[in-house]
Design a protein around this ligand. Structure first.
Ligand code: NDP
Length: 541
């Protein structure tokens, strides 16, 4: 014990010395200069063109927002806007890094959703019966056009969502194109996808509801396999990040995708609920919180049949929340693992369903890992997401920032110790920003160890044996992802086998590829997206 205390003291002294002596490298700002034209107002994209929103039949009764107040609702940005009046068919989308309004987008009503579903239904027979190699051409063209407009899409994504331009430029947009390329390749080979099964058929009209953390990439995850399989779609982007989905609609027009094959309806959760409840929808693909996922499942269970397939309930695939463990064994390469920890929790400000938000470190190396983590975090830069030097951009919305801050309070109140090693003393005066941080002294029962924070907040715990690591890692209602760091190959496979998680990264973290399936167990959802497995959710097999 005293040896450990001495070790800890030595590690802390070394860290302090290093932090004191390490030069502070200040970069000049390097803001992205690509100009992106944003219209003052956007309608919905229905039946191949942008249309004005309709007012009537706007409020599906099942959504909880209707219970708040009869005639008003609060936007994600915290502003109250009146409903039901024709002049309030639009709402503002803002840049979370400076709180300036970027544009106005339409609030999708039940009538808008109905128009989109009708367009998708009308387009279905021709699209489904198009030879696979013809569908391939359209999907391939979408991918190429995303590549050609990549710079513009990356800047727009960063402005609307707050993520660092380095990530939207190097991860989100290239991966979105890669998904369309990948599924373009499947469209004419579907009969080979599932050996021994009869020739697969599309499901029909798919309702796709996506979150704000990877807006364009989630469009690609949802649309690319659905289109390859011959389905038509009604997609709703998140309220705070609709702009890249609408830019994608322009791309769909450019490539000449037949009218009605993809329809994009913007709006808040009520619009999502209208899609879920519409009888013309045959399948719901949802990515978002576990709480809303449960609400959707219950709505589908109650009124689930689709008109077009009366003997079937709506099909569902859910990609929900997570509280994923990132496990570092004493035989791991610690410097490499430190990069994996940073990538695991601070990528996209921690707004990642599979974020490695629970760090489990073998006790013998805990002090060393903490010391090195502090040094590495000291160099992280929080600030303007359009600056190429920025590591941590803006939190997506004010309510999300408040949610993260409330978890920081709860973590301290429950007895954990908060550490914010960044050397940056000030944060931007406007916008929603949060310093990257971690908690030590975390018990498995602590709220911050159990609940999804969805921010740049890491909960550090230790373990002594591999068995204890596995028990702690699996001690969660979620089961989306996990990371394992060790130099021993056999240990990697043994531990990975025992982890109850849909994705297990070994000596790396947060790596994605369109050919790899992604999805969860338990409260993290069901169904898989990506790879050949991702086709199953869009085919009647
Ligand atoms: P939600 O689950 O509320 O949002 C996901 C999508 O569902 C959005 O498009 C949303 O619309 C829509 N939606 C909301 N309510 C309904 C409904 N009743 N029926 C149908 N669709 C609906 O996530 P939040 O944006 O509220 O984030 C809350 C928390 O969820 C986060 O803090 C995080 O913990 C978690 N989350 C997890 C994600 C993941 O990838 N696993 C992604 C996003 C959030 P709108 O945006 O307009 O509300």
């Amino acid at each position: 014990m005293s040896q450990r205390v001495n070790g800890q003291a030595l590690a802390e002294a070394t860290t302090k010395a290093r932090v004191r002596t390490a030069p502070i490298v200040e970069y000049a700002p390097a803001p992205e200069t690509v100009k992106v034209e944003i219209l003052p107002r956007y309608g919905h994209f229905i039946n191949g063109r942008f249309v004005e929103p309709k007012a009537e039949g706007t409020r599906p009764r099942s959504h909880e927002a209707t219970k708040k107040a009869p005639n008003q609702a609060t936007t994600k940005h915290g502003r109250v806007r009146p409903l039901e009046s024709a002049s309030n068919l639009y709402f503002a989308t803002i840049n979370p890094a400076n709180e300036q309004v970027l544009s106005e987008v339409a609030q999708g009503s039940a009538a808008d959703v109905d128009a989109a579903v009708r367009a998708a239904r009308a387009a279905l027979p021709a699209w489904a019966s198009l030879p696979g190699k013809e569908r391939t051409k359209y999907i391939f063209r979408i991918a190429r056009r995303i590549q050609e407009r990549a710079r513009e899409l990356a800047v727009l994504e960063t402005m609307d969502g707050g993520k660092p331009i380095r990530e939207s430029r190097d991860v989100d947009v290239p991966l979105a194109a890669a998904h369309f390329f990948y599924y373009a390749g499947w469209a004419d080979k579907l009969k080979y996808a599932f050996a021994g099964e009869p020739e697969p058929k599309p499901i029909g009209v798919c309702g796709q509801i996506i979150p704000w953390n990877f807006p364009l990439l989630m469009c690609a995850w949802k649309l690319a396999p659905a289109l390859a399989c011959g389905n038509t779609c009604v997609l709703k982007p998140a309220e705070t990040t609709p702009l890249t989905a609408l830019r994608l609609a322009e791309i769909l027009e450019e490539v000449g995708l037949p009218k009605g094959v993809v329809n994009i309806v913007t709006g808040d959760g009520r619009t999502g609920a209208a899609i879920v409840n519409h009888p013309g929808i045959d399948k719901i693909a949802f990515t978002g919180s576990t709480e809303v996922g449960k609400r959707i499942a219950s709505a589908v269970a109650q009124y689930g049949e689709s008109e077009a397939r009366p003997t079937h309930a709506k099909r569902l695939t859910f990609e929900l929340g997570g509280k994923s463990p990132n496990i570092i064994f004493e035989d791991a390469s610690i410097d490499q693992a430190i990069e994996g920890i940073i990538q695991g929790i601070f990528f996209n400000q921690g707004h990642v369903c599979c974020a490695g938000s629970r760090l489990l470190v073998q006790e013998s190396i805990l002090d060393d890992v903490i010391a090195k983590l502090k040094i590495r975090m000291g160099s992280l830069r929080v600030g303007d997401p359009l600056d190429k030097n920025t590591d941590i951009g803006a939190i997506n919305s004010r309510p999300q920032l408040e949610k993260i801050e409330s978890y920081l309070r709860v973590g301290r109140e429950e007895g954990a110790e908060l550490c914010e090693p960044t050397r940056q003393t000030t944060l931007p005066g406007k916008g929603f920003f949060c310093r990257p941080c971690f908690f030590t002294g975390v018990q498995p029962s602590h709220t911050i160890a159990r609940e999804e924070i969805f921010g740049p907040v890491l909960a550090v715990q230790s373990f002594r044996t591999p068995e204890e690591a596995i028990t702690r890692a699996n001690n969660t209602p979620y089961g989306l992802a996990a990371g394992v760091w060790t130099d021993k190959g056999s240990k990697i496979f043994e531990i990975a086998r025992q982890l109850k998680a849909g994705v297990v990264w070994l000596n790396t973290y947060n790596r994605f590829d369109p050919a790899s399936p992604f999805g969860g167990f338990k409260e993290s959802g069901f169904g898989r997206e990506g790879g050949v497995h991702g086709l199953r959710g869009y085919l009647d097999v």
